[in-house]
Design a protein around this ligand. Sequence first.
Ligand code: PMP
Length: 444
Amino acid sequence: LIELDRAHLVHPVASYRGHERAGVRVLASAKGAAVTDASGHRLVDGFAGLWCVNAGYGQESLIAAATRQLQELPYATGYFGLGSEPAIRLAAELAERAPGDLNHVYFTLGGSDAVDSTIRFIRYYWNARGEPQRDQFISIEQGYHGSSAVGAGLTALPVFHAGFGLPFAWQHKIPSHDVYRNPAGPDAAAIIAASLDALESKIAEVGGPERVAAFYAEPIQGSGGVLVPPPGWMKAMRERCRSHGILFVADEVITGFGRTGPLFACTDEDIVPDLMTTAKGLTSGYVPMGAVFLSDAVYDTIADGAGAAAVGHGQTYSAHPVSAAVGLAALRLYEGGLLENGVRAGARLMAGLRALADHPLVGHVRGRGMLAAIELVTDKERKTPLPAEAEPSRRIFDRAWDNGLVIRAFGNGVMGYAPPLCCTDDDIDAILERTARTLDQTLD
Ligand code: PMP
């Protein structure tokens, strides 16, 4: 398999030749929070695949829902006034649970095209409002909003930009709220003030509020290294956007569906965004699906104002009935005890990781619920990152793997955790014990 993979399967993120040299890790089967590789090595999946298998592996109700739907109606397009019962019911159930008046749902194949879709919808919204000059978009350094050629301009990853003229001239970023390394210091009020100032400066720089279409924020910056904003940060940014008439987009692709506790992290923050993106936990990764939520005001303006000819958007697999059926079954699981189990297991995980704060390598422990990270440093006082050449993230990942733990090792010495919400106490304890062992080996 490794040879065939080297020869034929493309893994762009792992950098082409580097990945080929290291060789692929092949997963063969999984159950609950445990995965087994092709050689029979059993591990706890501390990252739920790619922060997506929130319900855990082998959930019979998800498998049954997919199987039933495949037999009854494996495909129906969402184009041309057609639809399917599971997609309609899932949209209605999600709208009922989403914050505030986010009552309209557009289904995608994943998170990147959900973000891409928001850019289209937002442009249509401002055109319909007769304000086409509101065409500037602002997001945040260390943010991740997908890899599509347009949406990737909102993502703060130079490797996603090089050679494509990204970010586009209308895509701007302000510094992250990063509590650990913020020049404003760790104080919540100072960080919020600094972010508001940065937003104001950026708005002024692009020509004032009447030029700005939307601002994007993740409730917790996931791929940037699980950066948790200080309490009140999201609300302050949301309110400032509202005061300027700028649309506020919450990207809940990672944080949605119980990852931080509730179904949506915006609930934690007590905010209602104008648009919200989700994916991953929506179908628990069993089948691909994402969803864009639009508020009544945004949807009605596009639908009533623009005229159908001015609004073009759609994909063959949008609102796929099999994905929707799995989404409905996943909702039942989340609300039938999984969210509560996630909260309990998340508290155990966070307490256990915080207990590692005294380890000589651990500079910072952060997270909420079942979304966490520890940041490794060589000098705690100076917050010196691990030297990239001496301890590349791949080695930490490999050590953890050999110890029976799947984590996400970010390039800057950050170890990320996003276990399935079904984790038992034993699963969490295994994650913690194997983390401690991996850290000790890294120190040696
Ligand atoms: N937004 C956020 C916040 C994400 O974390 C991701 C993926 N990690 C995406 C968008 C893109 O989602 P996908 O990989 O499903 O296209």
